[in-house]
Structure formats: structure tokens, C-alpha cells
Design a protein around this ligand. Structure first.
Ligand SMILES: Cc1cc2nc3c(=O)[nH]c(=O)nc-3n(C[C@H](O)[C@H](O)[C@H](O)COP(=O)(O)OP(=O)(O)OC[C@H]3O[C@@H](n4cnc5c(N)ncnc54)[C@H](O)[C@@H]3O)c2cc1C
Length: 511
């Protein structure tokens, strides 16, 4: 019996399908999305190769400076994870190469240099942002080099390739998940694959010529984050946040959530003052936690196992997982809503564009293009939170300062923005820009699912038809203030409306 369990074939895409080179020095894992050492199918696949070929593992985790929106905030979060990996890997006797690019183009050629001595290169699948392009470039380079390249999907509970196409509605996708997911539970990743005695190696595995040409980050540098980050050509105006990146922090947050908040999730999640959501999206986005691990933790706490699943798929949120009302609600977000976006991004590339919004919604919004707007703002005014809407400004301020907005307020933040642009397409682009610039969990399939939802994606037409929104579902901050417990939140984040009377937008558009 091999020590490393095989990774389900459906998760492995042989992007360069040549045989592994048995004469290579090591198996290279190029870690770019599933930035974790446990519950990671890609790492497990690389270790399975190590075991089969009798070779050591080299984990190469790079961080570029030139991706859109690179800033202190995101760099800090990722590098905190890298520092943790460096010490775990060193103590466990594995070769780990953390590469923080120092100047634009500084990492050019590095993957190729490492791949020259590799038996096989294993990379991460992530279907959004710049990663699919980077992967395509790597595949063409590795194909020329004649090195096998496998891209492995550790994105979610349902393998990306299990869905036949993108889904237009969450309820359709939920039904599909209910039908398909149970067959994939057996393929869960190993929690701690590095403990199996496979793949250990010494640093001199990596040719000195590579080490001399490219400067990998030292433990001291990773530990002195301020100095390392200050010297990089990235946006220093977007500062770090109080929370820390990395697997340890993500796992601790997950455990706290499950122990202390999960039981109230279904009833209180929407109320900002109650703060019962998990807050895990940032760690999920950077791959610091996996949804498999989260499911295992929820299962442990609620005494759940797959035998409790409803016998037949029915497409409803309730009564399928049968863990508890709260856990069922949480798992529906984690699986149905999160993976809906991953499936979409896997199958199409329209997700970041206006053309990805359904035709009925674009049409109704176009029909209302000439409706009078309560105010028009520039993207810069929005960025600074200078609107007449107190709730919107507060949400924007929270996003700017902490990198997150609570889910319900995020919906209102999105919907309200639609009022302030003559062309809804400009509102769509402004939201993606602000979200990607500030949100730790931005630049993710979830970003596009949800910003699309603001404009009618995954939704139906609603009546009565309204000004500006037409048949697109309508929400206002005025109603939100009435409905939700949010006084504490508002007093923490609000400066009051910046100009004219408080709530101009609210009173014009309230139900
Ligand atoms: C305009 C707008 C923009 C958004 N942009 C993003 C984004 O860039 N990245 C992002 O991860 N989420 C985004 N969301 C979805 C949602 O707001 C966040 O996933 C959620 O608030 C994260 O907080 P949490 O981890 O505490 O969620 P919890 O309520 O604890 O849920 C657990 C997990 O389920 C998933 N999830 C929850 N709600 C949703 C949802 N509506 N859609 C998809 N997955 C969901 C997330 O992975 C989340 O971490 C956006 C929503 C809106 C309305």
C-alpha cells in the first residue's frame, strides 16, 4: 500500500502529458493558489509522484509584484503564510523555496530553471484572475522543455471537472451538487501528507546556479515583513490589516467559528452587530484553508457523516445535509454558492465582463438608463467613501480599512452603487475595481458571482419594475437599517454622510 493516497483522476489535468522524467532530481510543486501544506490535492499528487519515482519534493511558492492590485495588504497576508511554510518545511526536512519577487520581472525564467531538473511539475488549478494565463504560459514553456506538467484542482468539495457546464441559477447547481457530491467524498485530500516519510530532501537538490541567480527569501526576511514589503514596487497605500494570513491562523479562526458561532449562523448571519459569520473567505481565497477541512470540522462538531445526507437530491437548501439547521445553512454557502462561481469560471471566461450578465438584466437596465439618478459619483469619490449615503460610506470605509465587508452590507453596498452611474456597466466595473483593490477575498470566482448577482446574474426578474433597477432585484440601505441589528457597526464605521442631507439616497428609494 502506498503511503500517499492517490488523488482522484478527475482533479488532475495533464496540461503537458509527456511521461515523467525518471532521471530528474526532484518532483516540483509550484504552489500558487492552494497555499497550504494540509488538505491539498496538488501537494498530495506531488508526493505521490515522489513515492512512485523515489525522488524528493521541492515546493516552490512564488509571489509576484506585478499582478493587478498587488499591495501591502495582500502581500503581507500571503507572506505570513510563506513564513509559516518555511519553518514547518525546514523542521520536517523538506525543500521549500519561498520566492518574493523584488522587482518587476525578477522571477522571469525561474520556473523554467527549476523545471530543468524536475521529473514532473505539479501546479495548482485556480480558474480566475491572472492565474489561468500564467498556467497557459507555463504549459507552453514546459511542453517545449519536455517536462510533464499536471495542474491539480484543490479548489472545493466538488471537482471543477465534475460539472458539465456553468450553471445559471444556484438552485440548479444545488440540485447538481446534491446528485454528484456524495460520490466525491472518498477523494478528500489527506490532512497531513507531509508526515508519511515521503519526499524529504536537502537544500542542495536545487542547482546552485539557480540559487545564485534568483534570491529566495530567507527566514530572517520572511520574519521581518515590514522591511521586506517596504522595499517592493507594489501599492503601499493599502495597508495591512489586523488579521494574519497563513494556515495556522485560518485553522484557528475556523475552530473558533465552529465552536462559538456556527450554532447561531442560520438565524443571525445577516445582522452585522451579531458577527456570527465565519470570516473564512480571506483564508479560502488564498488557499490557506480548504473547504474539505472546514467540512470535516463542521462534521465533527455536529456529529455529521455522509450517511445523514437525504436519500434523494431535491434542490432545496434545507433537509439535504441534515447536519443541523445552522450547519446546513453554512454548508450551502460554502458549497453551493462558493462552488457555483468556481464552476462558472472553469467553464467560461465571460465572468469578469458585462457580457456575463444575463440578457434580460442588461436589457431592463438599458431601458432605465435615462432615469434620473439621485447623484452621480466618480470612482475616486466612491473609493474615498464620499457619497450621500451613510451606510454605503461606512461599508466602504470598513472595506478600505479592514479588507472585508459583512455579507448583507456587501449586497447593499453593491446594489446602491447602481444608482450612481448613468451606465450600469460603469457601476459594474467600479464595483469590481473597489472590491479587487481592497477586499482580501477579492479577485476570486466569488467576486464575479456576487458582483454579477448585484446586476441580475443568478437571479430572476422582479416586480414591480423600478426606476434605475428596472426588473433587477432592488435593495436599499434604508430598509437594511430598519431590518438589521447594525447600530454598533454603524457607530464604528460611520463618519455620517459626507455632504447634503443624511440619507438622500435612502429617502428617495425606500420602499
Ligand atoms: C457585491 C459582493 C461582492 C462579493 N465579493 C466577494 C469576493 O470577492 N470574495 C468572496 O469570497 N466573496 C464575495 N462575496 C460573497 C460574500 O459576501 C462573502 O463570501 C462572505 O461575506 C465572506 O464572509 P464569511 O467568510 O464570513 O462568510 P460565511 O457566511 O461564513 O460563509 C462561509 C463561506 O461560504 C462562501 N460564501 C458565503 N457567502 C457567499 C456568497 N454569497 N457567494 C459565494 N460564496 C459565499 C465563502 O467562501 C465564505 O467564506 C461578495 C458578495 C457581494 C454581495
Amino acid at each position: 500500500m502506498p503511503a500517499i493516497a492517490p488523488v482522484p483522476a478527475i482533479r488532475i489535468d495533464a496540461a503537458v502529458p509527456t511521461p515523467a522524467r525518471r532521471g530528474g532530481r526532484y518532483v516540483l510543486y509550484w504552489m500558487t493558489a492552494a497555499r497550504r501544506l494540509g488538505h491539498n490535492h496538488a501537494l498530495q499528487r506531488a508526493l505521490a509522484w515522489c513515492e512512485e519515482l523515489g525522488k524528493p519534493l521541492v515546493v516552490f511558492e512564488p509571489l509576484r509584484v506585478d499582478y493587478p492590485y498587488a499591495s501591502d495588504r495582500f502581500h503581507r497576508f500571503v507572506i505570513e503564510g510563506m513564513a509559516e511554510h518555511a519553518s514547518t518545511m525546514r523542521e520536517a526536512g523538506f525543500v521549500y523555496l519561498p520566492f518574493v519577487e523584488r522587482e518587476q520581472g525578477g522571477g522571469k525564467g525561474l520556473l523554467e530553471a527549476l523545471a530543468r531538473d524536475a521529473c514532473v511539475v505539479v501546479g495548482d488549478d485556480f480558474p480566475a484572475f491572472f492565474l489561468p494565463h500564467m498556467r497557459a504560459r507555463a504549459a507552453s514553456m514546459l511542453s517545449e522543455l519536455g517536462v510533464r506538467f499536471e495542474v491539480v484542482d484543490s479548489c472545493g468539495l466538488l471537482p471543477l471537472r465534475a460539472s458539465p457546464s456553468a450553471f445559471n441559477f444556484a438552485h440548479q447547481f444545488r440540485r447538481f451538487v446534491q446528485k454528484t457530491l456524495p460520490a466525491h467524498f472518498d477523494g478528500a485530500p489527506m490532512p497531513t501528507p507531509l508526515t508519511k516519510g515521503v519526499g524529504r530532501g536537502e537544500a542542495d537538490l536545487v542547482a546552485s546556479v539557480v540559487r545564485e541567480r534568483y534570491r529566495f527569501a530567507t527566514d530572517d526576511e520572511l520574519g521581518a515583513l515590514d522591511a521586506l514589503i517596504a522595499a517592493l514596487p507594489i501599492d503601499h497605500t493599502i495597508g495591512g490589516i489586523d488579521e494574519h494570513g497563513g494556515e495556522r491562523e485560518g485553522r484557528a479562526r475556523m475552530k473558533r467559528f465552529v465552536a462559538k458561532k456556527l450554532a447561531r449562523y442560520h438565524e443571525d448571519r445577516s445582522h452585522p452587530d451579531d458577527d456570527v459569520a465565519s470570516g473564512l473567505s480571506s483564508w479560502l481565497h488564498f488557499g490557506h484553508v480548504s473547504s474539505h477541512e472546514i467540512l470535516a470540522e463542521v462534521a465533527r462538531a455536529t456529529d455529521w457523516d455522509p450517511s445523514k445526507i437525504a436519500k434523494k437530491p431535491h434542490g432545496s437548501r434545507e433537509g439535504w445535509w441534515n447536519a443541523s439547521d445552522a450547519a446546513d445553512g453554512f454548508l450551502d454557502e460554502l458549497v453551493t454558492w462558493r462552488e457555483l462561481g468556481f464552476a462558472r469560471c472553469h467553464h467560461t471566461d465571460d465572468f469578469t465582463t458585462w457580457e456575463g450578465i444575463p440578457a434580460w438584466a442588461r436589457q431592463t437596465l438599458a431601458e432605465h438608463r435615462h432615469d434620473r439618478r439621485p447623484a452621480l459619483y466618480t470612482v475616486d469619490q466612491l473609493d474615498r467613501g464620499e457619497t450621500d449615503n451613510e451606510v454605503w460610506n461606512a461599508a466602504q470605509r470598513e472595506l478600505r480599512e479592514t479588507g472585508r465587508i459583512q455579507n448583507y452590507l456587501r449586497m447593499v453596498w453593491g446594489k446602491t452603487t447602481l444608482n450612481w452611474f448613468d451606465d450600469p456597466r460603469d457601476a459594474f466595473e467600479a464595483l469590481i475595481h473597489l472590491n479587487d483593490k481592497y477586499a482580501i477575498d477579492g479577485r476570486d470566482p466569488n467576486t464575479y458571482t456576487n458582483i454579477g448577482w448585484v446586476f441580475g446574474a443568478y437571479d430572476r426578474a422582479w416586480g414591480p419594475e423600478r426606476k434605475i433597477f428596472g426588473k433587477v432585484r432592488y435593495m436599499t440601505s434604508g430598509n437594511t437599517v430598519k431590518k438589521l441589528r447594525m447600530k454598533d457597526w454603524l457607530s464604528k464605521w460611520s463618519d455620517g454622510p459626507t455632504r447634503s442631507t443624511r440619507g438622500t439616497t435612502l429617502s428617495m428609494y425606500d420602499d
